[in-house]
Design a protein around this ligand. Structure first.
Ligand SMILES: [Zn+2]
Length: 305
């Protein structure tokens, strides 16, 4: 299953490190791309560059497209110890956790592992940094591995999520930007704050203006844009994390891909209308829905690297 992993870096045949941005520029300029290999020590599996989907020129409001990435070339495979061998890494992490904290990670008879999230959930509800940190770290590792996979298949196959008596399906628990609307709908249907993990790309940080006293800084992710089927009406799903420690949020730079876990809540939706740029008879309506997180522990945010 490691064939699905999207990588953000590759090396060339002379050891040059290539990032996604540089390769995207060469691609856009129709230049020949170099031969590319996995950058994990001792692996060197051949890779290909998959460029970003282009932004439609007709719609300037369309948010930045999903970035490009590197993927395994056809028939290629990562070596056993490669850090992109997510299935292998996942098995190691689960075995170690089941040995050290069996109350949190339980090996089931069918070989899967059950993750018991109740203590973590109660810690989140109490707030004030009362989280079991070791459990948070393990969950964060699993969320990063899930993000690297690009889909739920591997984690859903190996890990059962349990919250008290309820099981949580991975597709109800982890939401990438294409599914922000589903995360929002879950919050809409719930009477309480809901434990979920969201994957996002950092777009901006917004701090209170200097001199206005204390206040939260917000880390905003690239939103999901959605056509509604109604002409001139568009929906946006915005994801933001608020915290008083601006320096901590700044440690997740613009462009970084991050996972955010915690008790999410809905912000107020708002609607704005503006004239159509070329047709005076029409107007464009944007509806913005908000998903907000106020983390109490630094472990609730992690970079996908
Ligand atoms: Zn590799």
């Amino acid at each position: 299953m490691s064939g699905d992993i999207k990588m953000r870096r590759a090396i060339g045949s002379h050891g040059t490190v290539h990032g996604v941005d540089g390769l995207q520029q060469r691609h856009d300029a129709a230049q020949t791309l170099p031969a590319l290999f996995c950058d994990s020590a001792g692996c060197a599996a051949p890779l290909i560059f998959v460029p970003a989907r282009p932004r439609p020129k007709t719609d300037p409001a369309y948010p930045a497209p999903m970035p490009g990435y590197f993927a395994l070339d056809k028939g290629a495979a990562h070596v056993t110890g490669c850090r992109y061998n997510v299935a292998g890494h996942l098995a190691e992490v689960l075995d170690a956790a089941a040995a050290s904290d069996p109350a949190f990670v339980q090996r089931l008879e069918d070989g899967r592992h059950e993750l018991r999230l109740l203590a973590l959930h109660q810690g989140l509800k109490r707030g004030g940094g009362a989280l079991p940190e070791q459990q948070m770290r393990l969950l964060s590792t699993l969320l990063v591995l899930r993000a690297m996979c690009g889909n739920d298949a591997l984690l859903a196959d190996r890990v059962v999520l349990r919250l008290g008596k309820k099981k949580l399906a991975w597709d109800a628990f982890f939401h990438d930007p294409a599914h922000y609307d589903e995360a929002w709908a879950r919050l809409d249907a719930a009477s309480n704050e809901v434990p979920m993990a969201l994957l996002g790309t950092v777009r901006s940080h917004r701090s209170p203006p200097p001199g206005t006293g204390a206040g939260a800084t917000y880390l905003n992710c690239a939103p999901k844009y959605q056509k509604t089927g109604v002409m001139d009406r568009r929906e946006f799903y915005e994801v933001s994390v608020g915290h008083d420690d601006a320096a901590w949020l700044q440690r997740f730079p613009v462009g970084a891909e991050i996972v955010m876990f915690g008790l999410w809540r809905q912000g107020n939706s708002h609607t704005s209308t503006r004239p159509h740029p070329t047709d005076p008879r029409r107007s464009i309506t944007n509806v913005t829905h908000k998903l907000a997180l106020r983390p109490g522990s630094p472990g609730q945010l992690a970079v996908v690297a």
